[in-house]
Design a protein around this ligand. Structure first.
Ligand SMILES: [Zn+2]
Length: 240
């Protein structure tokens, strides 16, 4: 194989590494934001549950006061029964007592419901707090790891670029031009296609004619895949 192509294979490896870092630079901050959002979501659920519990506690206090007031007025009405003179008066107070009893039953029922809601709310709060703690314990290390990686990306890229600067002068200008123009067109950034015993294009897997394969193997000129336009290079590591 002409040396040009050998260096080109190395260059492709380097460029794919740079590309990987650049993609990470784009994607990691979003990944961090997503993880932070999950932690925030768990915290918000916990806060909302705790607020709901506080509301229920205040409602139960109100219901308690209501029950006390109703009991008091009921007792007063019952006391009045003792000093009643006429049947008419008796009927009126008796009716009043019935109405007060109904109100009391309903207030007590409401209080019972609220107390049971509070018990459920307490269990829900405990669960929400646990979920928040778990989310932090699970996701925060991932966030820290990503942030450490984000912090290093530029220096990693600089290191790879230094390596690239050593290799790129080894590739002739025409080969480099072909490589760059193909690379720019490829979404994957992969311009070089390694061909081995399988005799297919390493990028698009089109089957290559035996004669073409022999030419690729000789490596005396640049051959492009008819299907995907990649530069076909024989994979020396694949053996003969
Ligand atoms: Zn191809």
């Amino acid at each position: 194989m002409i040396q040009d192509l050998e260096y080109l294979v190395k260059l492709q490896e380097i460029d794919l590494k740079v590309r990987e870092q650049e993609l990470a630079k784009e994607q990691y901050p979003k990944a961090v934001a997503d993880l932070e959002k999950r932690i925030d979501g768990a915290r918000e659920t916990s806060v909302a549950t705790s607020e709901r519990l506080a509301r229920l506690a205040s409602e139960v206090t109100t219901a308690d006061e209501q029950v006390a007031k109703l009991r008091e007025s009921l007792a007063k009405s019952q006391e009045r029964l003792n000093s009643i003179q006429t049947n008419k008066e008796y009927d009126a107070v008796h009716k009043e007592i019935e109405a007060q009893k109904a109100l009391l039953t309903s207030a007590e029922g409401r209080k019972t419901t609220l107390e049971s809601d509070i018990e459920k709310g307490k269990a829900a709060l405990e669960e929400a707090e646990k979920a928040y703690e778990n989310a932090k314990a699970e996701l925060q290390p991932q966030i820290d790891d990503l942030q450490a990686k984000i912090g290093k990306i530029d220096s990693v890229i600089a290191e790879i670029m230094a390596e690239r600067a050593k290799i790129s002068p080894m590739v002739s200008h025409p080969t480099m031009r072909t490589y760059d123009s193909i690379r720019k067109k490829k979404k994957s950034g992969r311009a070089v296609s390694m061909v081995n015993q399988e005799k297919t294009c390493g990028v698009c897997f089109m089957i290559l004619q035996p004669q073409l394969c022999s030419e690729i193997r000789r490596g005396t000129k640049i051959i492009l895949c008819e299907s995907c336009g990649s530069m076909l290079i024989w994979d020396e590591t694949a053996g003969s």
